[in-house]
Ligand binder design. Structure first.
Ligand SMILES: [Zn+2]
Length: 407
């Protein structure tokens, strides 16, 4: 996985270099003589270097490209690529040196300057020099306002620094003039950023601004779970229970697989609206719509038990266990009900039968982008930094997984 990501990184480095190279004039006056920029590309060393790159042999590629640069009188586009390759190899100091020396060359045009600056920004980012990276990308945008590489890198840096307002403004620029599909993806991320801005407003006790940001987030992406939860919480604090319930129910509606995040809130709020049975109805509806929903079954069982109907609670609990045998809360819930019922042998036998079929494993939350695993649900992946990429891996009965292994 790492090797593959590294390879993609190298190809991107090459492409960034080539894009920069395109911007260079083919002929240029240097030290009083005309240099033909094609000479670098026509050299066999250049082609060999590219072949080594495609084969992911970075050291050999660097050797050949260095030779190609020497033959052609050190054209800047090859030095730019070399700098990028040093960075991908982890030699950040060397990369910075290469790119800084390019900036020293006289007669750089505006776009050339911007391209070198972009590469330098990537070097700084790679080396963890956040302030210098921010400066470099900002400078790229001053020279070339629509530069999407710079915008994308700048936004990630702002996110890492928790500068959510800046991240939002930068993502907005990226969202401008994008295709409808890309636009939807940008809006999904803008919603998370708005949610973060709202959370920041909450911390400084600016409740009005917070509610505004959470509302903006759900307007951008009606399926954004944390914004719905936070919007409801803000309305509850303001004394508007009906408004809070409406916000949480919109989450259930828009993202039923995340409905469980609102369960405890709704269960507490319904009685104050004079309708406690609405909670059981909600759970039953979710189970009917999605038969593998183990959390709605657990919620229903807990509700029934609290209502003094433990015998009715056991069925949803045992059904839930089939779909998620590793959930400790289910086992605890089952033993709780069994002990209230004074351990009836028939129910204990059913429990043992269900668990015998089960396979247990941990870390059910999986990032679909980089395969990072987590025990808890996360909105942004700590490994690849992408938003909203976690799914819950379905549990399989032991018999099924054995069959898969032997086939
Ligand atoms: Zn990830």
């Amino acid at each position: 996985m790492e090797g593959y990501a590294g390879f993609i990184g190298i190809l991107l480095a090459l492409l960034a270099g080539l894009a920069a190279g395109k911007a260079w004039e083919r002929y240029k006056l240097q030290d009083g003589r005309w240099i033909d920029r094609r000479r670098g590309r026509e050299s066999p060393h250049y082609m060999l270097g590219l072949n080594f790159l495609v084969a992911n042999q970075v050291d050999a590629a660097i050797d050949e490209l260095t030779r190609a640069a020497e033959v052609a009188g050190d054209p800047a586009e090859i030095r730019l690529i070399l700098g990028n390759l040093y960075r991908e190899k982890g030699q950040v100091g060397r990369a910075i040196q290469e790119h800084q020396s390019l900036l020293q060359r006289t007669g750089l045009r505006k776009l050339e300057h911007a391209n070198v600056m972009l590469c330098l920004g990537l070097d700084y980012k790679h080396g963890g020099f956040v302030d210098r990276a921010l400066e470099a990308f900002t400078e790229v945008l001053r020279l070339d306002p629509g530069n999407r590489y710079a915008l994308a890198n700048l936004e990630k840096l702002y996110e890492e620094q928790h500068q959510w307002d800046d991240a939002y403004a930068t993502r907005q620029k990226l969202a401008q003039d994008s295709t409808p599909d890309a636009r939807q993806h940008h809006e999904m991320i803008l919603a998370f950023l708005d949610n973060e801005r709202g959370t920041q407003a909450l911390k400084r006790q600016d409740y009005q601004e917070a509610a505004k940001r959470f509302q903006a987030a759900v307007d951008l992406d009606p399926a954004n779970p944390p914004a719905h939860l936070n919007l409801g919480d803000a309305q509850l604090v303001a004394g508007d229970t009906a408004g809070a319930v409406a916000a949480w129910e919109r989450l259930v509606q828009a993202a039923p697989e995340r409905a469980y995040l609102a369960f405890s809130r709704l269960e507490a709020a319904y009685p104050t609206l004079g309708d406690p049975q609405r909670y059981a109805a909600l759970c039953r509806r979710l189970i009917a719509e999605n038969p593998v929903d183990w959390r709605a079954r657990l919620a229903l069982a807990r509700f029934l038990e609290r209502e003094g109907r433990p015998r009715e609670a056991i069925d949803p609990l045992l059904e839930a266990l089939v779909h998620n045998p590793h959930a400790l809360t289910l086992h605890q819930g089952i033993w709780q009900v069994l002990s209230v019922l004074e351990l009836p042998p028939d129910l204990i036998r059913r429990y043992i039968d269900v668990t015998r079929e089960a396979v247990f494993y941990m870390d059910p939350h999986l990032c679909v982008r980089c395969r990072y695993r987590s025990t808890e649900l996360l909105w942004q992946c700590p490994h690849c930094h992408e938003w909203n990429t976690f799914i819950e891996e379905r549990m399989a009965p032991a018999k099924d997984s054995e069959a898969t292994l032997t086939s």
